[in-house]
Design a protein around this ligand. Structure first.
Ligand code: NIG
Ligand code: FE
Length: 416
């Protein structure tokens, strides 16, 4: 068989293959297929053979470009299913204010936070936003991420949301990273609607959602379902309208104050509900029953120094599908590194290396509904994988704060 790239003699080839479609849940989440002295071959961006080095070399033609990964770990390319990577400026001043005692919500109510980013994005030309975004996507890939979800939500007017989504589209078209776009017009109530939330909700339902749908600029619709932002009734109206326009649904739910966002996400058939630091037992049951994926964001809990953590162990025990993401954004989680998240998931969420690995690969792919194409190393899937400077999979969350990536293969080509 013809192949144009072979990775051979892999110390631990971690495939993240599963027995059946859909996210890996419960006890199975703690199991990984590990092939010792493994190999993977690809041709024109698609995986064509996976197995031991001996078996794969027997299957493919001899004239193939080869990388030796002796003693190294290879995993699928990491998938980050929750990011806000397009913004005009960083917010390190707010970070310092928080560390000196102000809360995230206090800063937001005083006009900082998301509305600070909105004012700046509205003024910024698309080229600047593209260049900023590209810089972060480059960094993400250097840290092993090969697919991301990218949200709007710093425009909060029809014109500026479309501008931000067009920048996301430019990044998707001009960067090797796979980018899944999400409309987050319901991220905050913009300055000009501060005394007229109902007016902004009307604009979302009657103009923004239909326009974004018609222009096919986003796959998902997301919302900041939170006390004093979009409450449960608001969220139900907005996301029902989005669903009617063909969007798949995501929620920022039960992050700061649990108000039943998880239950609503489950009720509306959302693909995922994210954050969930203050989820209730009912919310856990509803998500398990509906199969709604819990995208956990320990980077945000760390960066905001929050006391409540999402109850990952309880969720896994009760059969809620779990995934992990950075939540990369300038306000509440300024990391592009899923490796950092892997460490935090171990320390703060008490997850094992095997669970964590599944949660940043195949289960993240499920949280974006692209698990038929990426998220595991198996024949027919896109050739996205990472060769790590690690001896075994348990070192991955353990050796933290450094970049363990040796090489990234994206679409069958070396990316760095
Ligand atoms: O996921 N909570 C709402 N949205 C983001 C924060 C965005 C920002 O502060 O700019 C989040 O944490
Ligand atoms: Fe977020």
């Amino acid at each position: 068989m013809h192949a144009d790239l072979l990775i051979r003699q892999i110390g631990q080839l971690v495939t993240c293959r599963r027995d059946k479609p859909g996210p890996i849940i419960g006890e199975s989440l703690n199991h990984l297929e590990i092939i010792e002295n493994g190999a993977v071959a690809c041709d024109q961006g698609t995986i064509v053979a996976v197995g031991t080095t001996e078996d794969v070399e027997r299957e493919i033609d001899a004239d193939c470009a080869t990388i030796d990964a002796k003693g190294q770990v290879v995993t699928p390319g990491l998938i980050d299913p929750h990011t806000h990577p397009v913004f005009a400026a960083t917010r390190e001043t707010e970070f310092e204010m928080r560390n000196l005692g102000k809360s995230y919500m206090e800063i937001a109510k005083a006009g900082g936070g998301i509305r600070n980013s909105v004012r700046k994005l509205r003024e910024a030309p698309k080229e600047t936003l593209f260049e900023n975004g590209k810089k972060y996507l480059d960094m993400m890939m250097q840290y092993g991420t090969t697919t991301i979800e990218a949200k709007s939500g710093y425009g909060l007017s029809t014109e500026s949301e479309i501008k931000q989504l067009e920048v996301i589209e430019m990044l998707a078209d001009n960067h090797p990273m796979d980018v899944v776009p999400t409309f987050l017009g319901a991220h905050e109530i913009p300055d000009e609607f501060r005394d007229n939330k109902a007016g902004y909700i009307d604009l979302l339902i009657n103009e923004m959602i239909p326009t974004v749908a018609e222009r096919k600029l986003a796959t998902f619709s997301d919302i900041f379902c939170e006390k004093d932002v979009f409450e449960i009734d608001d969220s139900e109206r907005i996301q029902t309208a989005a669903k009617e326009h063909g969007f798949k649904l995501k929620f920022h739910a039960d992050e700061i104050v649990g108000i039943g966002g998880a239950e609503l996400a489950a009720k509306l058939g959302a693909v995922s509900a994210d954050h969930l630091d203050d989820i209730s037992d009912n919310g856990i049951s509803a998500m398990a029953h509906a199969g709604t994926i819990a995208v956990l964001l320990p980077g945000t809990v760390h960066f905001l120094d929050m006391r409540k953590r999402p109850p990952a162990r309880k969720m896994i025990e009760r059969g809620v599908p779990v995934a992990l993401a950075t939540d990369f954004n300038p306000g509440s989680s300024a990391t592009v590194s899923l490796q950092m998240i892997m460490n935090l998931a171990a320390v703060m969420l008490k997850m094992t290396a095997a669970e964590i690995t599944n949660c940043v690969t195949i289960n993240s792919a499920c949280a974006l509904d692209i698990d038929g194409r990426v998220g595991s190393i198996e024949t027919g899937k896109q050739a996205d994988f990472v060769i790590w400077n690690a001896d075994n999979i348990k070192q991955m969350p353990y050796l933290y704060g450094c970049n363990l990536v040796d090489k990234v293969v994206k679409n069958g080509r070396l990316a760095n």
